[in-house]
Ligand binder design. Structure first.
Ligand code: ZN
Length: 453
């Protein structure tokens, strides 16, 4: 069955609406109640995926490592969330929809071989268009690709670039920070490599001796080069490296700290933090000047060592409230969980947005719909759809995770909006308008582009 062709027409909306209505079939529980007109409308909207990690088209897919500056695959063991386990029931629905595979997770070796064979068939059939074909299956017109670099099949207009900027925050010797735990050990080594790449691109082999030279010859040119290369936003995954408690040290103090350790030596941790704090504000200001929103990983992250207290979005309030940064728009990725109330309150600031990527993968629609409804009742113009599709494992690659998060996100949206209509808060027409804002309109306004399709 050519799902893409079916989805492309009016029948596609009906098909996706049917999928929305039939809910978690795999558990044989009753599906969520979604108003049929709202489900139909949601199923027909070509979305902008605010955040994902697409993998390059074949044959580069097998060796591509550009999908994340800090890949989660080699982190120290954690208790895996249910949705990321190999027996997660929704995987069966995704395999069936994408490749026609009938199988029950977890897959044994033979099942995995069948899945791989079908994935290869689809890749061979679609070739360079395979990444775009994956978007078609989820009714996603444009996906923001959070990658170190873009490449074959992952290019505009279907994909827009969001590069990483954390490496610029840590210009000194990072061995002291890396010693904190095994995850930071590998992460700082990767950040050092990426910073070396940014220095090389700036024509340097080592950081300049002064802070002003570092800002003018490395930081600003890197951001400008990325913007010229198609970047529509900049991404910080700094929450994997330190907390959000950025204070506002004076330039002279930051310059003295930089000059003291730029040529080597392990910096004093408290002093080094002040330099990072200064650099964060500088980078955020430059992003505002260049018209690139700042993306922040904003929920409890992967791994057993992630600092959950440090990702409380209220820690960022002094940044959002800094009049010097009011030209910079910030997008808190992943809806802030567990700080869903805090992140909702921050939407009142004119320069703060959030997306629902990742949480639509990790939480079932009814759960997500609870806090989604609250946000939509409060600031419907500031909430963006996203998937956080990512090559998590053999059975759950970028394609599967995009498909699963997309389906659950649209269901959650349907549940939340149906509840608002049922309770007399909004009309059905307004509900459909809000669905369109969340799925694409808010992103189009924020990034100044029009989604494909
Ligand atoms: Zn991500």
């Amino acid at each position: 069955m050519n799902v893409m062709r079916i989805l492309a027409g009016a029948a596609g909306a009906a098909l996706l609406a049917a999928t929305l209505g039939c809910a978690r079939r795999h558990t044989e529980a009753p599906g969520p109640h979604i108003d049929p007109a709202i489900a139909h409308a949601i199923g027909g909207i070509w979305a902008v995926d605010n955040h994902a990690h697409p993998v390059l088209a074949p044959p580069l897919d097998t060796t591509d490592r550009g999908f994340d500056a800090l890949p989660v695959s080699s982190m120290a063991p954690e208790s895996d969330p249910v949705a990321l386990r190999p027996d997660y029931p929704l995987l069966a629905v995704a395999w069936k929809a994408l490749y026609g595979l009938d199988a029950t997770p977890p897959l044994d070796a033979a099942g995995l071989a069948r899945l791989h064979a079908l994935q290869e068939q689809a890749k061979t059939k679609h070739g360079e268009n395979y990444p775009a074909w994956v978007l078609d299956q989820a009714h996603i017109g444009t996906e923001l690709g959070n990658r170190v670099f873009m490449g074959r099949g992952v290019e505009p207009p279907r994909f827009r670039w969001v590069p990483y900027v954390d490496a610029l925050l840590f210009p000194l010797d990072n061995r002291g920070l890396a010693a904190a735990n095994p995850d930071r050990q590998q992460f700082f080594a990767l950040e050092d490599q990426l910073r070396a790449r940014y220095l090389k691109d700036a024509g340097l082999s080592a950081p300049p001796a002064t802070l002003d030279a570092y800002l003018q010859r490395v930081v600003t040119p890197t951001l400008e080069r990325q913007k010229a290369g198609g970047a529509v936003a900049e991404k910080f995954e700094v929450a994997y490296l330190r907390g959000f408690d950025f204070i506002d040290p004076p330039h002279a103090q930051a310059a003295a700290i930089y000059a003291r350790w730029a040529r080597g030596g392990t910096p004093d941790p408290a002093q080094y933090k002040l330099l990072q704090d200064f650099l964060f504000r500088y980078i955020a200001g430059e992003c505002g000047r260049l018209g690139m929103p700042v993306h922040l990983h904003g929920m409890a992250g992967a791994g057993g060592y992630f600092g959950i207290a440090g990702v409380n979005p209220l820690l960022l309030e002094p940044i959002f409230n800094d009049p010097r940064l009011r030209r910079t728009n910030f997008v808190l990725l992943h809806g802030g969980w567990p700080y869903v109330r805090e992140v909702g309150a921050l939407l009142q600031k004119p320069n703060v947005y959030l997306d629902i990527s990742s949480q639509d993968l990790l939480f079932p629609p009814h759960t997500e719909a609870q806090w989604l409804r609250e946000w939509l009742e409060f600031e419907p113009d500031k909430v963006l759809f996203g998937t956080d599709g990512y090559p998590y494992s053999d059975g759950m690659g970028w394609a599967e995770s995009v498909w699963m998060a997309n389906r659950d996100a649209r269901q959650a949206l349907g549940i939340a909006l149906t509840g608002m209509v049922r309770d007399g808060e909004i009309s059905r027409n307004r509900a459909i308008e809000i669905a369109r804002l969340v799925l694409r309109g808010n992103a189009e306004r924020l990034y100044h582009f029009t989604s494909e399709h």
